[in-house]
Design a protein around this ligand. Sequence first.
Ligand SMILES: [Zn+2]
Length: 63
Amino acid sequence: MLYQGDCGRCGRKVRTDENYLKAHLWASTAVFHWSCFTTLMKEHGEQAAEDAAWKASRVTREQ
Ligand SMILES: [Zn+2]
């Protein structure tokens, strides 16, 4: 398994042995557990998912 980064919704580590989604936004990459991403879309819609991905990619860059 390979560590992919922290989930943009729950903040836990995402590994390649889980279902996950990698999003490319603003020339950055963010990852979500697949279940987290679908929950985010149901709760808040596409814009919230993009915002979360953007924040996650910022956190990754700053570390
Ligand atoms: Zn998650």
